[in-house]
Write a new protein. Structure first.
Length: 263
């Protein structure tokens, strides 16, 4: 029961959506640094390719970019077909692609709901459904397949910001993950990470203006680091996480128990 064996992902095939930057890049970097073969996909082809090249150079694993707009059903199908051409198995699927939208209640647009519910929830289901044969093949090879959905503390507690469609979509994602977990066991685990504030494009403007206040409201007094989210993914992907499914794990510096302010 050595630590390195409990978290070992060497040689595993992983897909991280939204892996071109931000939290997705942090997660992909953690897998590559521990010897996994990682596919990343995001709408920004230039960022996706640059991240893949940089992570592969750092090694010892490998990172391969397959850019695509995963809000679109056809692009999800295309991504799956590309992976099927290259791999016979998929050991880990990390559904990280997502978007947010903040606007006052009186002006909150209908299109925000369509955009966020499609990308943040529906396409997670689409990719899970289409990649299921590869995940099941990976489970036969490795013992258990893994799906990790990247949720948010805003899906667990009401946020202070007016991000109505975002918080609702993340709450829906958390429930979807539990539902999938109930159906896909014992061959595949499905878990959600409810993230607090990390340095991402989504959080950039907010942190630029309010980082001190946000960090100060947390019990841990800091914004999340790449190691924080990568470590959680490695745990859920390794032997140490094989009996964990249907859970929502807060990776949030104590956001959900903070009493000094509302994020």
């Amino acid at each position: 029961m050595q630590v390195q064996n409990l978290f070992d992902v060497k040689g595993k095939v992983v897909l991280v959506t939204g892996g071109g930057r931000g939290v997705g890049e942090m997660i992909a970097a953690g897998y590559v640094a521990n010897g996994a073969k990682v596919y990343i996909s995001s709408r920004d082809a230039k960022a996706c390719e640059a991240t893949a090249a940089g992570l592969t150079k750092s090694g010892p694993g490998e990172c391969i970019a397959i850019p695509g707009d995963l809000a679109k059903f056809d692009e999800c199908v295309k991504l799956v077909k590309e992976i099927e051409k290259r791999e016979k198995v998929l050991h880990v699927l990390v559904n990280n692609s997502g978007a947010t939208w903040g606007e006052p209640l009186a002006n909150y647009p209908d299109q925000a709901w369509s955009k966020l519910l499609t990308l943040n929830v529906q396409r997670v289901f689409t990719l899970t459904q289409k990649l299921l044969p590869l995940l099941q093949a990976g489970a036969k090879q490795d013992g258990v397949g893994r799906i990790i959905n990247i949720g948010s503390i805003n899906g667990e507690a009401v946020p202070g910001l007016e991000t109505y469609a975002y918080s609702a979509s993340k709450a829906a994602l958390h429930q979807l993950s539990k539902h999938l977990a109930s159906q896909l066991g014992p061959s595949i685990t499905v878990n959600t990470l409810a993230l607090g504030p990390f340095r991402s494009k989504m959080m950039a403007a907010t942190l630029q203006s309010h980082e001190a206040d946000i960090a100060g409201a947390l019990p841990m007094q800091t914004i999340g680091s790449p190691e924080d989210v990568a470590a959680a993914c490695l745990w859920l992907s390794g032997k140490g996480g094989k009996w964990v499914t249907g859970t929502v794990v807060p990776i949030d510096g104590g956001s959900l128990v903070a009493s000094k302010g509302k994020l």
